[in-house]
Design a protein around this ligand. Structure first.
Ligand code: ADP
Ligand code: ZN
Ligand code: MG
Length: 489
């Protein structure tokens, strides 16, 4: 499943550039609130509007959070790093340069392991801190894009907010690997608390660099850069479409042009944004208004020691507790589901039982309702009440499903109350069960004869009949035992 993408003698080569909006209180180089959704151009000051002479001051919390992410990605955190100016002109950048980092990034080479079936490791080239640009709104155009728009306005609230850019080596070999990698990376950053990494809101943006090459060759083909995939699913879809496109070109004897492509979520198609014939010349130079960022080895060791349990470690813990790999990976990386599972497992006190409920009944309900786990009316506390009744034998699996539905439909109900009100308590009592069994056996003499003649599988039918007669409430185990006892008497 997560092997490489290979077609007609070619293989995929993919590298990602990921921008993470850091969830700090203030912007990267000024005291303005780092907050979205406010009235346009209200969270601004002389620094982030680039008034002449205004001086930036680096946000220590952004530096700290970036170092924590870097540590989680296995990066080396150099003792000193430096901010640089990246020069370009565009209306979203009032200084006409972006403060970024160039040859001395905050986080240097690392590596990130994606466990599970077909496990793989991706080298991290670097992760550096920079400021985001302002937000441009293109009016009167097609889907808010600049082409064909009547005019553009700029909201500087986002200008100067902190971004951590994470760059990978071109180590990914399939769209599926890209999806798995980004899912785990996202879960890791969320676990750290550095960002909510909401791709729809743009607090995590992943651009994909894509090329193909003959299988086994050491060099790289010409790459294109894909933008605007606002979910992990779209990331994989965009890469898949681009690989097909490049393969078509190469097989037709044409060349892949180096260009930037825009992914359209509505159609799944790609359109050319601009061709990049040559590398941009940003004329980087060290930012003269900021001191280098220094890192104390003791502080870094302390930061590393204070990291929370990360998804990779969760995966190891959950597989260690006996969960299947696919389940463990899902429960380690799907952010909302992971939190839900943790709380349920804590309350239920049994990792496997909790996992079965989350992967079964809960997932089905979430999918049907189209909601995330944290939005479900069946909170971990309510579900734990239900699971407890199954574990202690008060109700059987069949009734448990009914109770679960009742919890979905009535947010005020609790499991014990539903069991009481609907009389769902399991029938395990030998006399009561015995009467049911005797009745069913009397009604089905042919099946009884067949069983006695050696067709043991008819017991399944008889169990079903007894279960039905009990209104679905029979203790399945006790019922089986009793049936066998009566039939072999
Ligand atoms: P650029 O000069 O376009 O900035 P870089 O070498 O800095 O390119 O790499 C940017 C990103 O593109 C990285 O994530 C890197 O892994 C990826 N990349 C580089 N070359 C290729 C290639 N031939 N195919 C796919 N991805 C590539
Ligand atoms: Zn400001
Ligand atoms: Mg580059």
């Amino acid at each position: 499943m997560s092997g490489g993408w290979q077609r007609d003698g070619y293989e995929a080569v993919i590298g990602l550039e990921i921008h993470v909006q850091l969830d700090t209180a203030s912007k990267m180089f000024c005291a303005c609130p780092n907050r979205f959704g406010d009235e346009p151009n209200t969270n601004v000051c002389m620094v982030c509007l680039a008034h002449p002479g205004a001086l930036p001051v680096a946000n220590a919390e952004a530096v700290r959070q970036s170092a924590r992410v870097g540590l989680a990605l296995g990066c080396r955190i150099p003792a000193a790093s430096e901010f640089s100016r990246k020069q370009y002109f565009y209306p979203d950048s009032p200084k006409a340069y972006q403060i970024s980092q160039y040859d001395q990034p905050l986080c240097a080479e690392g590596s990130f392991h994606v466990p599970g079936e077909g496990a793989f490791t991706v080298r991290i080239t670097r992760a550096h801190l920079e400021e985001d640009a302002a937000k441009m709104i293109h009016a009167g155009g097609d889907a808010g894009r600049i082409q064909g728009s009547a005019g553009s306005v700029v909201d500087f609230n986002r200008a100067g907010t902190p971004l951590l850019e994470i760059v990978t080596e071109p180590d990914l070999r399939s769209p599926e690997q890209a999806r798995r990698f980004l899912t785990l990376l996202r879960a890791t950053v969320v676990a750290i608390g550095a960002s909510d990494c909401d791709m729809e809101k743009g607090s995590l943006r992943a651009d994909a660099n894509v090329s193909i090459r003959p299988i086994g060759s050491a060099g790289y083909g010409t790459k294109t850069e894909l933008k605007n995939m606002n979910s992990v699913r779209f990331l994989a879809r965009g890469i898949e479409a681009e690989l097909e496109r490049q393969l078509g070109l190469v097989l037709a004897g044409e060349e892949v042009r180096q260009e930037t492509l825009h992914f359209d979520p509505a159609t799944g198609g790609l359109t050319s944004l601009r061709s990049k014939e040559e590398a941009h010349d940003y004329r980087y130079f060290p930012e003269p208004d900021l001191l280098p960022v220094t890192q104390d080895p003791d502080d870094l060791a302390a930061l590393a020691g204070q990291l929370p349990e990360l998804p990779v470690a969760r995966f190891a813990r959950l597989t260690g507790a006996g969960l299947p790999e696919a389940t463990a990976l899902l429960l380690a990386t799907e952010v909302e589901l992971a939190a839900y599972y943790d709380e349920l497992a804590g309350r239920v006190g049994d990792a496997k039982v909790a996992a079965n409920w989350v992967m079964g009944e809960l997932q089905a309900h979430l999918n049907a309702a189209g909601i995330a786990a944290d939005a479900s009316p069946v909170t971990p506390a309510r579900l734990a009440g239900l699971v407890g009744l199954v574990v202690d034998g008060t109700i059987n699996q069949t009734s448990a499903k009914e109770v679960f539905q009742a919890l979905v439909e009535d947010p005020a109900a609790d499991a014990a109350g539903v069991v009481e009100a609907r009389g769902l308590a399991q029938v395990g009592d030998a006399d009561e069960l015995g009467a049911i069994v005797d009745g069913v056996l009397a009604d089905h003499p042919e099946e009884v004869a067949a069983f006695k003649g050696g067709r043991e599988q008819v017991i399944g039918f008889l169990v079903g009949q007894c279960m039905k007669a009990s209104g679905g409430r029979a203790d399945a185990k006790a019922l089986q035992a009793l049936l066998r006892e009566r039939l072999s008497a």
